[in-house]
Every structure is written in structure tokens, then in C-alpha cells.
Design a protein around this ligand. Structure first.
Ligand code: ZN
Ligand code: ZN
Ligand code: FE
Length: 752
């Protein structure tokens, strides 16, 4: 989507005009566009890439106003003009308009994201008289691979994995022709000179083979398919045997599988799609979008009300799905490990056959996963199509920062001059393979951006592998508390420098607290980089540590004991083996393997169990909480009692009422959501009267809950608060490195 927030400037009257454009203007066909526009208007001069964007030099009598207007209006679909500055300049007597080719070392942070096949290329793909008819690697300056094939900047063909393919004369002509759509389209290719696909089955290897792969999918086989950022496993979602087999291979009992639909209509046959959702689904980033089910496909997304659906985003996918309306397209990697980019990484027994190709994936990158809430984009995973779009800080902290993030769902971020870049989703750092992925990305960023950090940033948790890595780097180190990082991540994307106090809220599963406890339900008053934790949820024991996440009845027990409720009065506890419950009870009372937690994630789990919607053992993160959200009635208006005492939010009264109450789970779930909204609203009111606060930040993985996010925003906005929420980045732990980096940048700025 085009997004312009440029300032309007006075046009100076001079012999020549210099225009500096910042934003996403490299690798998206911007220079050829400027060339055509300038030529058509009779200007002479040049356009060139600069470290910060694009510079245009105009000479001639035509209207610069009109040029600027058309520059904004007619920019290529994937370009984004952030700022546009004008200055008068000396005439150099140009007789023509030229595109100056990028000089070595000039690009700063502008590696473009991968873009889905554009409509013009698609037309050529299916046009029998086109020389690229059915060629699976067709692309142009408006589309095609970028981030996943770039080895170094500036973005030129020799620095991509296309370097090994020598362009044929026809491709070369397009590449050098400023009016061609393929002028400096770095991955430009055709059947004569470019990459090709291969179908592999047992010992046989066939060139091409897209049609055979499609045939195998239709016949219930599991096919590994090499795409843009890695391998998918694909199969027919309507074949229960194939789905069952895929669940065995992926070792997933219930975690939903993503689907790829041939086109919007095919997607509409299985899901309800709003106009906003359709816009995201068909956008050049082509993420997986969570969409409400219209029909149940057995075993694809059990117990949930949505499917994750994406559309084909490369010509290869478009050809593969030409005669198949929907396929399952899940990443081919084993559970918890990085997405696979190379055939050699695929473990034996993963698939029946394979469709691969010989264009190397330089940087692996997962599909992005999003949903639309109240018309806004919410990221559940940020990767392909969005990474590595930089954030402009509007100040330079003077030092180069590398933030290593936390542990779960990690990313890394760098700050170089006035830009911040956050990596793609890297997974959980407990796994060695993901640690290697993190190293891979750091060294990639170092080459890509000629980056060497002056300062490292990590989490407060002493045992995280990222903390240890940061400590061993041999550079000055800043540690940022997990939930503070969550809040600052939202500041970052909204370019907020909190000069006046702001209320920052962070709700999630867990983060290491400054008192050594497990935090996760935190309210901060923040000013500058200073903060005070003014409220948190009352601590309860998280018996068994991580086990309490997988077996949420343990949290029910902790809340039950804390509120002095008879254990035998709680159905969910009666169902568990009495001896195991007794052991856990003793451990809670003695505080053995039972850290204190203020986690709202655990609170949601608890209520999910108490209302009877949670499974006894969860299969994937937040499964219980997602089910609670799924059943909650949105139009319930009541809420449960709670108390705010000093710094503590006390839920004991709520627990007693909820257990006694004879109401269906849908009502209880609705009332519980309202209770959390009321708590937020009450604390915001306190902050307004004490500190005059009018701005509230919502952050943390719990805010992936659409009902909670939506109701909270409405309640706060109705009361006149300005609400800032995550829209360009995930609310969850993927944004920890972003928050760490921004916090540190602000700290450096304060010290100047
Ligand atoms: Zn194209
Ligand atoms: Zn060619
Ligand atoms: Fe978190």
C-alpha cells in the first residue's frame, strides 16, 4: 500500500532544482519511473540512488509543481515516499535526462523486501505469444525476489544469487533500456538464460516438472516446494489421509496449517473475506492472512474459527496452482527449527517428492502472518514481503547499535545512522539451529549494511543465549527489561519520543522482571527513557515453570489456592489425577519450582480452563487463550470484580465469582475480557488524574487477541485517550529487539 506522509515544500525558483526523496524508493522501479516522467515533461538532468534514497536533478522550464504532484500520484505501486525535500541548484547544462548508476558503497540501509508477481508479469506468464510464457521466474522492477537473493548492497545483480546467470541478449537489452519495465530489474531472466525448476522423485530428476508436482498434490502426495524464502510442504487439504500424514511428519497434533489459494475467489469459497482483508491478501507483500472460516476442512485448523490463507506470490506458485484451488502450504522445516532453504537441509522422510529450482536462496525468510482488526494490520509473524524495510528514526544516535532481542520468537535489530532495521522472525533461541540462524542473519546484516556495532543490547534475563552472546561480544552493553522493550517497540514504529509522560502497558506470557520474578502484566509510566512500574497483576505461583504453560490446570491451582478457594470445588482440577494435583499443591505452598508471576498470558490460560474451553494439554503457544477469545461473546457488557491496591491488581474476587457463577462459557469469557478492559481503563484514569497522561501504549503478545485489543481501544478512545498500538510490527516477542534498539537509540540521544 502506498503510504505518503511527506511534507509540502515551497518550490524555489532557480535555474535547476534538486529533489531528495526518502522512503522505499530503491529496488522498486523508482528511477525508471522518474526517468520516464522527467522525459515526458521535457526536463533534463539526472536521477540517482543515494545512501538515503533518491536524488533528482531537474533543469528546464516545465512546472516543477506538476512534476512533484505526479511524482507522488503516479509512483510505482511498491514505492513509498516518506519525505521529499527541495532545494535550488546550479544548472549544469544537461541536454538530456539520465539515470546515473549506483556507485559502490552508496546504499545505506535500503535492501528492498521480496515482492509478489505483479499483474503485468502475470499476464505475460499466461500469454502463449510472450517469450516468457509459463516461465516460473518472470519478474520486473515492480516485482520479484529481493531480500532473499541479495548478498550485499548496493542492490545490483552481481551482488545477488542471480550473478551466476548470464543474461541473454534479449534480457540484456531490456535491462539496459530505461523505458523497459525491466530496466535494472536485477533478477531479470527468461527461459533462455535464467534459472529453471526440477522435479525430484526417488532417483528420478526431471527438468521443469511443475505439472507433475501439481499432479502429485492432486493424488494425495506430500510435495516439498522451493519458493522464495524457503521450502514449503504442500498437499491437498481435502484429502484427510494426506493431512494426517503431514501432521505426523510435522509432529503437530492441532497447530493450524497455512493454506495457499489459487486466487481470491478460491479463498472466498472457504473463508469470509472483508474488503480490507482482500486488500492485504492481494497486496505485493502477500502475507498469510487469518480469515474467518466459511466451511470446515478437517484437520487443517481444528478448534479455531480461522484459516491462515495466502495467495501465490511467485510465478512458480501461480503455475503450480493453476488447476488446484487450494493447497496446504506449511514450512518444510522440522518443528521449532528455521525454515529450510536448501534441498540438502530437508530431513529424510519429510516428503514424497520435491519441486525445486537452481536459484539459490541467500537469506531464508518465513511467510509473514497477519490479521486485520478494526481495519488495522496486526502482525503475528513478520517476514517475507515486509523485511527488511527500515524505520526512519528522525535522529541519529551517533553510534551503531545491535540489539539481540530475547529468547522466544526472536529477531535482531540494528541502528545505523538515522535508520533502524529489524530482521525477519528467527524462532526460539533455545534451539541450537535457531541460534545458528541468528548468527547467519547477524553476519548477513554486517555484510549487507557494512555494519559493525559500537553498542550491544540484550534482555535482563541472565540465562538467555542472546544475553550471553551480547556479554561475550566485547563491546559496551545495555540491558533492557523485556516489557519496557515491548512498550518502546511501539514508540519506535510511531516515531514517539516520550518527552511527556505516557502510560505503557505490556501484557504477555513471560519476561524477566527487575525483581527476579516472572513479569507479564505490567503498567509503566514512562518519560524519556525513565520509567516507573506503577501497577502489575498480583503475583501467583507458576508451579513447574514452563510445564505450567503446557498444562494450564497448574495455573488454575495456583489461582485457586491464592484466592482461598476449595480445590475440590474446581471441576478442571477434579479431572486431573489427584496425586499429581496434591504434589503440585505442596510445591506451590512451599514455593518449590514455583516462581512468582504477574503474567496476563497465564491469567488467560487459567480462565480458559475454568470456563471449560481449554484442552488439558496445549499443543501450541496460547492455544487455551485463543480458544477463550474464540468463544467470548462480544456484546456482553458486564465484568467481574477486581481491586487495585497500591501497585497490585488483585483478581481473587473475580476468581471466586467466576467459579460460582452459573453462566455459559461464552458469557464468562466475554465478562472476563471486559474485566481486563476495565482494569486498563481504571489505571489510565488514575494516570490522567495523577500525571495528566493522555497517551496509552498497548504492547505484548496478549494484544494479538483481537477482541481485547478492539474493546480496549474503544474504551480508551471514548474516554479521550490517544491509543498507540503495534501496526507495522508484531505486538509479541518478535518486537523485543526493535524495542531494545529504539530504547538504546533514545538513551544515546539523551546523553548527547
Ligand atoms: Zn512484474
Ligand atoms: Zn534471457
Ligand atoms: Fe513478551
Amino acid at each position: 500500500m502506498k503510504n505518503e506522509k511527506g511534507n509540502t515544500c515551497k518550490i524555489p525558483r532557480a535555474e535547476a532544482v534538486k529533489i531528495c526523496v526518502k522512503g522505499t524508493v530503491q529496488g522498486v522501479g523508482f528511477r525508471p519511473f522518474v526517468y520516464r516522467l522527467a522525459k515526458s515533461m521535457g526536463f533534463t538532468g539526472f536521477v540517482k540512488n543515494t545512501p538515503r534514497g533518491v536524488e533528482i536533478h531537474l533543469e528546464g522550464d516545465s512546472s516543477v509543481d506538476e512534476f512533484i504532484a505526479r511524482l507522488r500520484e503516479e509512483a510505482p505501486p511498491n514505492a513509498r515516499i516518506d519525505t521529499l525535500e527541495l532545494a535550488s541548484s546550479q544548472s549544469e547544462g544537461f541536454t538530456d535526462f539520465q539515470i546515473n548508476i549506483t556507485a559502490e558503497g552508496q546504499a545505506l540501509v535500503f535492501a528492498p523486501p521480496d515482492l509478489s508477481t505483479c499483474s503485468e508479469c502475470l499476464e505475460e506468464l499466461f500469454n502463449p505469444s510472450d517469450r516468457r510464457f509459463r516461465y516460473p521466474f518472470i519478474n520486473c522492477t515492480a516485482c520479484g525476489p529481493r531480500y532473499t537473493i541479495i548478498r550485499a548492497l548496493p542492490y545490483d545483480r552481481e551482488k545477488t544469487s542471480m550473478a551466476s546467470f548470464q543474461m541473454c541478449p534479449s534480457c540484456n537489452d531490456e535491462y539496459n533500456n530505461p523505458v523497459s519495465r525491466r530496466f535494472h530489474a536485477e533478477p531479470n531472466a527468461c527461459p533462455v538464460c535464467g534459472p529453471e525448476t526440477f522435479f525430484v522423485e526417488g532417483e528420478t530428476l526431471k527438468k521443469g516438472g511443475i505439472d507433475i508436482a501439481a499432479e502429485r498434490i492432486r493424488h494425495g502426495k506430500i510435495v516439498a516446494v522451493k519458493g522464495l524464502g524457503g521450502f514449503h510442504l504442500m498437499c491437498d487439504p481435502f484429502n484427510p489421509e494426506a493431512v494426517k500424514k503431514l501432521r505426523l511428519i510435522k509432529q503437530r497434533s492441532r497447530k493450524p496449517f497455512a493454506l495457499m489459494a489459487r486466487d481470491v475467489n478460491s479463498a472466498k469459497s472457504i473463508a469470509v473475506i472483508s474488503p480490507e482483508e482482500e486488500e492485504i491478501l492481494t497486496s505485493p507483500s502477500r502475507p498469510i492472512v487469518l480469515l474467518r472460516k466459511k466451511m470446515e476442512i478437517e484437520g487443517v485448523s481444528s478448534g479455531l474459527s480461522t484459516y491462515g490463507i495466502m495467495l501465490p506470490y511467485t510465478p512458480l506458485h501461480a503455475l503450480l496452482l493453476e488447476n488446484i484451488p487450494v493447497v496446504i502450504a506449511t514450512s518444510a522445516n522440522p518443528r521449532e527449527s528455521p525454515i529450510l532453504k536448501d534441498e540438502s537441509e530437508i530431513p529424510p522422510g519429510t516428503c514424497d517428492c520435491m519441486l525445486t529450482h537452481n536459484r539459490e536462496i541467500v537469506m531464508r525468510c518465513d511467510d509473514s502472518l497477519v490479521k486485520v482488526v478494526d481495519g488495522c494490520l496486526v502482525f503475528l509473524r513478520r517476514g517475507r514481503g515486509y523485511v527488511p524495510e527500515p524505520l526512519e528514526l528522525r535522529f541519529s544516535p551517533g553510534k551503531r547499535v545491535l540489539a539481540l532481542g530475547g529468547e522466544l520468537k526472536n529477531t535482531v535489530s540494528i541502528v545505523k545512522e538515522e535508520y533502524l532495521v529489524t530482521s525477519q522472525y528467527l524462532g526460539d533461541m533455545k534451539d541450537l539451529r535457531n541460534q545458528e540462524y541468528l548468527d547467519e542473519v547477524i553476519s548477513h546484516f554486517k555484510t549487507l549494511y557494512s555494519f559493525e556495532p559500537d553498542i550491544l543490547v540484550c534482555d535482563l534475563h541472565p540465562a538467555f543465549t542472546t544475553t550471553k552472546k551480547a556479554e561475550n561480544w566485547g563491546r559496551p552493553l545495555i540491558r533492557v527489561q523485556h516489557h519496557v522493550a515491548h512498550v518502546f517497540a511501539v514508540f519506535a514504529e510511531h516515531s514517539i519520543i516520550p518527552d511527556a509522560p505516557v502510560l505503557g502497558i505490556a501484557f504477555d506470557g513471560m519476561g524477566y522482571g527487575e525483581d527476579g520474578n516472572v513479569w507479564g502484566g505490567e503498567f509503566f509510566v514512562i518519560r524519556g527513557t525513565g520509567y516507573e512500574r506503577i501497577f502489575h497483576f498480583r503475583y501467583v505461583r507458576q508451579q513447574g515453570g514452563d510445564l505450567a504453560v503446557k498444562e494450564p490446570w497448574r495455573m488454575v491451582l495456583a489461582y485457586t489456592l491464592d484466592a482461598d478457594i476449595n480445590v475440590n470445588a474446581v471441576d478442571a482440577l477434579v479431572e486431573v489425577d489427584a496425586r499429581i494435583v496434591k504434589n503440585a499443591e505442596n510445591a506451590i505452598k512451599k514455593g518449590i519450582n514455583a516462581p512468582y508471576t504477574s503474567s496476563v498470558g497465564r491469567l488467560f490460560d487459567t480462565v480458559a480452563v475454568m470456563t471449560g474451553v481449554a484442552p488439558e494439554k496445549i499443543d501450541f503457544e496460547a492455544e487455551a487463550a485463543m480458544r477463550l477469545e474464540g468463544v467470548a461473546l462480544a456484546d456482553v457488557e458486564d465484568y467481574y470484580p477486581f481491586r487495585l491496591e497500591k501497585h497490585e491488581i488483585d483478581m481473587r474476587e473475580m476468581m471466586k465469582t467466576l467459579l460460582k457463577e452459573k453462566a455459559p462459557p461464552q458469557v464468562k469469557a466475554g465478562k472476563f475480557h471486559n474485566t481486563i478492559v476495565q482494569i486498563i481503563k481504571s489505571i489510565a484514569d488514575i494516570c490522567r488524574s495523577r500525571w495528566g497522561i493522555n497517551k496509552v501504549v498497548l504492547s505484548g503478545g496478549v494484544f494479538l487477541n483481537a477482541l481485547l485489543m478492539s474493546k480496549t481501544c474503544h474504551a480508551l478512545q471514548e474516554a479521550g485517550f490517544e491509543v498507540l498500538k503495534p501496526e507495522k510490527f508484531s505486538p509479541g516477542d518478535e518486537s523485543i529487539s526493535l524495542g531494545q534498539a529504539y530504547y538504546t537509540a533514545l538513551k544515546l540521544k539523551e546523553q548527547e
